[in-house]
Design a protein around this ligand. Sequence first.
Ligand SMILES: NC(=O)c1ccc[n+]([C@@H]2O[C@H](COP(=O)([O-])OP(=O)(O)OC[C@H]3O[C@@H](n4cnc5c(N)ncnc54)[C@H](O)[C@@H]3O)[C@@H](O)[C@H]2O)c1
Length: 205
Amino acid sequence: METTHAGTAFITGAGGGLGRAIAQALAARGVTVIAADIDLDQARETARLVETAGGQAHAVYVDVTDPASAAGAVEAGTTAAGPLTALVNNAAIYATIRRAPFDEITVDEWDRVMAVNLRGPWVMAVAARDALEDGGRIVNISSATVFSGSEQWAHYVASKAGASDSPVYLPANSAPAASPSTPWHPVSPSPKPVMRSSMTPTTTA
Ligand SMILES: NC(=O)c1ccc[n+]([C@@H]2O[C@H](COP(=O)([O-])OP(=O)(O)OC[C@H]3O[C@@H](n4cnc5c(N)ncnc54)[C@H](O)[C@@H]3O)[C@@H](O)[C@H]2O)c1
């Protein structure tokens, strides 16, 4: 475990799955982690695992669909760990999603997936914009299904396509602490890079 402080990352959905893995990987590189999740017990478990391995971590509750919750979580996280080097928009309805043909998805299911997967990254970007250090990064965890499609996942694919195009709502002047504009990194946890040429390229997770 490195001891040099390499910044602070606010990671949503860090209570398990890939979010926990991202937290552990960044912490192993000296990044202080703010593990945020709607499941606070699991976020605390992530923080415990990071600290047991010698890293720095703080756990906070967040519901990424709720601007007040997002603002409170960023405030709590930055009070504990200082300004942010990165916001990782990882939280999503993914493992628990009900797969169904497009005409059998209910309106409630559609709206819930959109609220978490598409509204969430925007809500978090707004909440974190003033807490991001100069040169800070916002990373959206996307999906290769945006390009491949998925027969039983119309709501999920649509939400990830939107979250991959988030620069459309992030003009340069919306991130005053970043310069010249906060680079936006959509990342897909797949073997195949899914960046568009107009986006800042980054590596796959
Ligand atoms: N696992 C894969 O193979 C895969 C493939 C492609 C993309 N992804 C993407 O990677 C990311 C992580 O995937 P995963 O498999 O770990 O997902 P997961 O479903 O296992 O975990 C999602 C996490 O988000 C949290 N969460 C849900 N709603 C929330 C809310 N409103 N506010 C805050 N936190 C909330 C959950 O509590 C959970 O900890 C997601 O964005 C997913 O779409 C995953």
